[in-house]
Ligand binder design. Sequence first.
Ligand code: ATP
Ligand code: LTN
Length: 338
Amino acid sequence: MDKQRQKPIVLTGLQPTSGIHLGNYLGALQNWVSIQDEADCLFFISNMHAITVPQDPIELRKNTIDCVAVYLACGLDPKRSHIFVQSQVIGHAELAWILSCLTPLGQLERMTQFKDKSGRQAGEFVGAGLLYYPVLMAADILLYNAHLVPVGEDQRQHLELTRDVAEKFNGIHGPLFNIPEPLIRGNCARVMSLQNPTAKMSKSDPNSLATVFLSDSDAQIMKKFRSAVTDSGTEVRASDEKPGIKNLLHILSGVSGRSVAELEMDCAGMGYGKFKTVVAEAVIECVRPIRVRMEALKEELLYLQSVMEEGHADAQARANATLAKVYDHVGFACGKNL
Ligand code: ATP
Ligand code: LTN
């Protein structure tokens, strides 16, 4: 076995919908960057998940390629990691079908994200894909026999389902899949909205001041933090009674790498107005170089394509190997097994 394969396998991805935000960066991407030396990493763009809600095909294609640029701009390194697009690899949908036959319908109906998203579309069309989404996510992970899956807190329940279905498959057909562990790190696993600090920061928030995007200008970032909702007090402290201030402290800790306790000491007595400016400035310093790299990389289409091609070739080889074993275990007739 080559050295690379002895490292734990890490797999994760995000959806190529427009606007990667600070929550995605601090809760997910930043952790992916730091794990690249310790693990055999696969990072993909989950365009098959994106179509669980309506997408414009032209936009989806553009967002998919832009997402590769975002990955690289944030520090994912194609020399150390594999970056690929989900729909290019044959096997995700095939494995998802097999796993769906082992997944209890009731467990899918209980998924918080399904309830939230289908609830928001109440009275409108809700595709079965929205319900089925966690099965596809389980297939994404098990197809590569991942050991670790770095995600934000909102994905924990989907990871539990993945573990359940992997155990069920192994129980019926014999041990084939690793049981993957979620990797949910630090204070930024759930970055909250700047306008409603009890709701998660989300790209689909209708309030344009709620979410900081990696594409935002310095001035836009400053404006969003200056208008962040806080309580009426003055004390800069990360307590549950002060969700707005706590969120800002977590964000500051995420972008600066300093502990919340240290920051509370530094910012004591500062007053909320000054504190918000300090947080905004630190976020601007963190986001600006990413934005600049992102804009430059978006012009490098051929390079982005070569990164996707390398990632695809590696991922397809791994997917083929797993799928052959799965087909064998479930009793699908193929070639030599007949
Ligand atoms: P939406 O904003 O529409 O809810 P999303 O940003 O959750 O979508 P994804 O692109 O699927 O959608 O998320 C990618 C990764 O970012 C996941 O690992 C997810 O857990 C993480 N993530 C998303 N929002 C946050 C947040 N507010 N704080 C921390 N991590 C987050
Ligand atoms: N559902 C995830 C994106 C995603 C994912 C995965 C993450 C799709 N498949 C497999 C980790 C592993 C989300 O972030 N909304």
